[in-house]
Design a protein around this ligand. Structure first.
Ligand code: N01
Length: 531
């Protein structure tokens, strides 16, 4: 079958790309590995899963009626509510008939003579399309440590990103939870409330902020919606693509009392979550300012957690800047460690040595267990793309091209891979932003470019090597002016054994990025060969 466009992935990105391609009158199909739409929100069903960007922002903005009719029930939406929303969008715009589920793409090869992408699924189905759009997500390939003995474990084990559809009942169970990123932090209080014993294994302490989630009342939702256009407009001009009431002053421009008041506001109810990251204009560029915020957060942990041993383990070390890893937003995370049935082990000091048939051993001792939960993250940003055998001109494989780390032009296009686009790819600001906003920005831009190409009758559009090289240099240069490229974050690929250590997101922010890509479009898509 030959199509105008094939899209891989039916999460937020693939669904909007389908909508736009259909609007442009193209023949299009979306291939999705899961048995339902929703991408990351289909797979990550672990207890407590919810978004850390406010629901009113973490939603499509392309249709005013959609914004008006959908009624979010909470400030931060739960996984199930987001999944219902995505399904609603798919049905509302009659998109389901072009989405093919249970189809994992194995390979995509560019046929140079015919300027077509030849795509094969793992089941052997073959499709061809002029344009191939990768909407494969940044956090879609789970990473699970290779622990000796897991196969012989007599209990159950689960990964946060492959949670059973029917859920898991932890009542009366002895549970170990490995990992304290966003997933582990969200799960901890819920599992603790059910299990007879929960032991959290932490390798690196991360910073977490109370999310202050709360239900909308009919009045508060109505009031928020009345200001929706203004809210979206402010989000567009915010560095993260979402309005977080950023402080425009550096820490040095404020008095000690003003600094404390600013931080308290961001820690408490009116603030919460990512607002902490916008406490000072120089938070991610000035180590001294960063230390101030980190110290404030450590003091909060010690004030909440009664056992000083646990409080100390939970406090991130001073050599790791605040926000260098994605900040967590929580509901009673630190408080949970005051429960009698919850313990904490520092597995950096006391590494895991093996899984036994009845539990897990660290260098400190053996834990008898019924359940092991892995909240150990993802092969982020490149994992899903490199899982496929993608080959461009001259048969060059993407795996070879990206052996030393991902290289893109503007985070959407790859030299040597014509007519292929990546939504929210490495080299774009998506990972540091409200990703739904970044997705819409990318899809609109890609759709305009494809429309331009079709109106001109060009067969191939392709990033030029020199422009890609310049973009990669620019992304690195910007990153090196920040405090991001330290530690072992997934932004750097450093959470994956053997993955090249490269800071992948573009850190200059969403508005700056948008101006760049709009400028490229205005100059007849500068940096792209169009033949
Ligand atoms: O994964 P992570 P995540 N032994 O990579 C530990 C988004 N998200 O699934 O830090 C022991 O952050 C690892 O330790 P260390 C969000 O963007 C959003 O939690 O590498 N521990 C770390 O503690 C987020 O950033 C939401 O030393 C091991 C943890 O596992 C991203 O997804 C919710 C280990 C992994 O943390 C990823 O979050 C959930 C080992 N061998 C996720 N290997 C919301 O919207 C790894 N770890 C709220």
């Amino acid at each position: 079958m030959q199509l105008d466009m094939l899209v891989v992935g039916a999460g937020f990105a693939g669904i909007y790309q389908l909508y736009k391609a259909r609007e442009a009158g193209m023949t299009v199909r979306v291939l999705e590995a899961g048995e339902g739409v929703g991408g990351t929100w289909f797979w990550n069903r672990y207890p407590g899963a919810r978004c850390d960007v406010e629901s009113l922002d973490y939603s499509y903005s392309f249709c005013r009626e959609l914004e008006e009719e959908w009624e979010w029930t909470e400030r931060y939406a739960s996984q199930s509510e987001i999944l219902s929303y995505i399904n609603h969008v798919v049905d509302r715009f009659d998109l389901r008939r072009d989405i093919q589920l249970n189809t994992r793409v194995a390979s995509a090869h560019f046929d140079e003579d015919r300027a077509l992408w030849s795509v094969r699924s793992e089941d052997g189905e073959h499709l061809e399309a002029k344009f191939l759009v990768m909407a494969t997500g940044q956090l879609s390939v789970p990473q699970k440590p290779d622990l000796h003995g897991l196969d012989d474990f007599k209990g159950q084990w689960y990964h946060s990103a492959r949670w059973p559809m029917e859920g898991v009942d932890f009542t009366g169970q002895r549970v170990v939870l490995i990992g304290t990123g966003s997933s582990g932090v969200q799960m901890t209080p819920i599992i603790a409330a059910q299990a007879s014993q929960l032991t959290v294994l932490q390798r690196t302490a991360n910073f977490s902020v109370p999310a202050h989630n709360m239900p909308f009342t009919p009045e508060s939702l109505k009031a928020a919606k009345a200001r929706y256009p203004e809210r979206r407009a402010m989000g567009r001009e915010a560095i993260t693509g979402v309005f977080l009431n950023a402080n425009t002053k550096t820490a040095a421009e404020m008095t000690e009392d003003e600094r404390i008041a600013e931080l308290e506001y961001r820690w408490k109810g009116a603030g919460g979550g990512f607002r902490m990251l916008r406490a000072f204009a120089d938070l991610m560029s000035n180590l001294q300012t960063n230390h101030l915020v980190a110290e404030f957060a450590r003091n909060k942990i010690h004030a909440v957690v009664k056992d000083p041993r646990k409080a100390e383990i939970l406090s991130p070390k001073p050599d790791l800047p605040y926000g260098h890893k994605r900040l967590c937003g929580d509901t009673h995370y630190y408080e949970t460690f005051n429960r009698d049935n919850v313990d904490l082990v520092d597995v950096k000091a006391h590494p895991i040595t093996e899984i036994t048939p009845t539990g897990l051993r660290t260098t400190q001792g053996h834990h008898e267990l019924d359940v092991i939960v892995f909240a150990t993250g993802f092969d982020a940003m490149t994992g899903a793309l490199l899982a496929m055998d993608i080959r461009g001109t001259g048969g060059q494989s993407l795996r070879e091209k990206w052996a030393a780390g991902p290289r893109t032009y503007l985070g959407v296009s790859i030299a040597g891979f014509p007519n292929l686009f990546v939504i929210a790819g490495p080299g774009s600001p998506a990972a540091l932003s409200n990703v739904v906003h970044s997705i819409e920005t990318h899809v609109d831009w890609i759709s305009n470019f494809i429309g331009h190409s079709r109106s001109k009758g060009t067969r191939r559009i392709e990033a030029e090597q020199a422009h890609e090289d310049q973009w990669v240099d620019h992304v690195n240069e910007v990153a090196n002016q920040t405090l991001y490229p330290v530690g072992n974050s997934w932004y750097l690929g450093a959470n994956m054994p053997g993955k090249p250590r490269v800071f992948m997101p573009y850190a200059a922010g969403v508005p700056a990025y948008r101006r760049i890509i709009e400028g490229v479009a205005e100059k007849n898509y500068e940096g792209f060969a169009q033949v």
